[in-house]
Design a protein around this ligand. Sequence first.
Ligand code: TYM
Length: 323
Amino acid sequence: MKRVLSGIQPSGQLHIGNYFGMMSRMIQYQEENELFCFIVDYHALTTINDRKKLESNTLNAAIDFLALGLDPQKVIFWIQSDVPQVTELTWLLSTVTNMGLLERATSYKDKTIRGIAANAGLFNYPILMAADILCFGGDIVPVGKDQKQHLEITRDIAQRFNNIYGDVFVIPEADINKSSQLIPGIDGQKMSKSYGNDIPIFDDEKKIQKRIMSITTDSTPIDEPKDKNTPLFQLYSLFLDEKGKQELRDRFDEPGLKYGEVKKELAETVLEYFHPYRDKREELSKNLDYVKQVLKEGAAKAAAEADTYLNEARRAMGLNYSG
Ligand code: TYM
């Protein structure tokens, strides 16, 4: 049985890019695999310095995941900082990580270009992510395409460690969604909370509707075929099966399509799709004791697993004085 593992940052409301890029696949994987899933609040500290915000984002992300169908009976689910073993492993791994590897990381460059302070945590972010994966022996890591380079860095670090100290770590594989496309935001760039172009999963319905109605479209006249390489087409396609996609393609190819009408349909589709999960979310947010209990039990199981890998790494490196 393969061990599937992935994490998500509590950087704000989760959006449909997160959902289709990672969450929905994790939820499917729980049926036939050993699943490890966590909310990465240590990572979020590289950009959030507000205690209240971090706490509420973290708990909300956990509630979202459970509402969407993550089943605590089938999954080990926890908050990253409840298993601090990963920070020790981060240090151990940092001593086998070449600076060049981190200097080539595009996400650090992207974030600093956008004005995020270049703190050392942000620079070392990929090593913490490698520790997240290697500390639990993850074989398969479902992520969106934007995390591909981080997975390559993780593999690189694990291979280097194993070459020097012997085979301690599993070399993980990225699992990027079929179309391997990033989900676009309403402006056509990568959907991201920090770009302000996201469609949240669980915000107020009116706000979601408004976001969808403001998806960027071009000025092709009504009586001409429409471009399918556009955010409206791509976002709608996420919610359609093959037949539905073909119908949408035909509609875009036929003259007469009105973007406003398609947007309205998409808004209805999105709200309908997530509607049943909203009720579940409502219920969970009134039952925080239950949510915290799930996270506590998850953390205990995750810590036991982390201890195994961490102790092996310590022994391999010569850090086992007290037995
Ligand atoms: P994060 O929190 O930015 O995103 C969580 C997951 O959602 C995917 N995603 C997208 N997929 C497609 N299109 C988009 N527009 C889009 N936006 C986000 C991301 O690829 C990701 O899979 N560093 C990671 C979190 C992390 C992690 C880990 C992941 C920390 N440790 C260990 C896997 C294993 C991150 O910031 O993802």
